[in-house]
Design a protein around this ligand. Structure first.
Ligand code: 13P
Length: 254
């Protein structure tokens, strides 16, 4: 399966840094033809999305780098929802992907899986590909309930409109995010196999969805992760802000 490498910039950077990183990334991606065999996506913070969309149009590797957002409204496509940004708006400015249900949003904003399902429905209505994040906390792993936790998140977060074309799953164990701790290859393999089995048995339309791994992915561990069955790419946080790291992760996926 063609791998997807998505960079989640989270709430980092500035206008100048966004332009500099994208310009340089794009040049190298074009020079090495990295977009030919891999799908690449960057997800900047909301204020820099239009800017990066416009910048991408002027860059060499524009075709190879897709734009994604880090969230969208659960309330609709237009209306009196102060502070919200709708999926239709994201689509309008050129986004192709949107990350939904990230553990930071589930944790800091009490987002429920049912709320995430509504966001995914709206994202699909707007023609976006949703990257649905699932994953257990350290306490859940210690209690050996990681499988039932992830299966419950999948069961409740995926709406009927989802298919292999418009849904990507990202398995991100919460304890591996931003900590430098990566899940053991055997644990990644087991969880990705579980997710694939769930999709095949319960959501046939999504049986071919890509399953990304996320959580302290870096240049040093990317190759090992990508060699694991059912790891169809990565959702990269911190390392996606470092040009050399992000490029090496993309190269490891070729
Ligand atoms: P880190 O790669 O910084 O651990 O973040 C992972 C993540 O949360 C991506 O969405």
């Amino acid at each position: 399966m063609r791998k997807l490498i998505a960079g989640n910039w989270k709430m980092n950077g500035s206008h100048a840094q966004a332009v500099a990183l994208l310009t340089s990334l794009s040049q190298k991606i074009a020079d090495e033809n990295l977009g030919e065999k891999t799908d690449i996506c960057v997800c900047p913070p909301f204020p820099y999305l239009s800017l990066t969309a416009e910048k991408l149009e002027t860059l060499k590797a524009a075709q190879s780098i897709a734009l994604g957002a880090q969230d969208c409204s659960a309330w609709g496509q237009q209306g009196a929802f102060t502070g919200d940004v709708s999926a239709a708006m994201l689509s309008d400015i050129g986004c192709r992907y949107v990350i939904l249900g990230h553990s930071e949003r589930r944790g800091y904003y009490n987002e429920s899986s049912l709320g995430v399902a509504e966001k995914i429905r709206l994202a699909h209505e707007a023609g976006l590909i949703a990257i649905l994040c699932v994953g257990e906390t350290q306490a859940e792993r210690d209690a050996c309930v990681q499988d039932s936790t992830v299966v419950a998140q999948l069961r409740e977060s995926i709406p009927p409109c989802a298919s292999s074309e418009n849904l990507v799953i990202a398995y991100e164990p919460v304890w591996a995010i931003g900590t430098g701790k990566t899940a053991k290859p055997a644990d990644v393999e087991a969880m990705h196999a579980l997710i694939r089995r769930f999709l095949q048995e319960k959501l046939d339309k999504c049986a071919g969805s890509r399953i990304l791994y996320g959580g302290s992915v870096k240049a040093e561990n990317a190759r090992e992760l990508f060699a694991i069955a059912n790891v169809d790419g990565a959702l990269v946080g911190g390392a996606s802000l470092k040009e050399d790291q992000f490029l090496d992760i993309i190269r490891a996926a070729l």
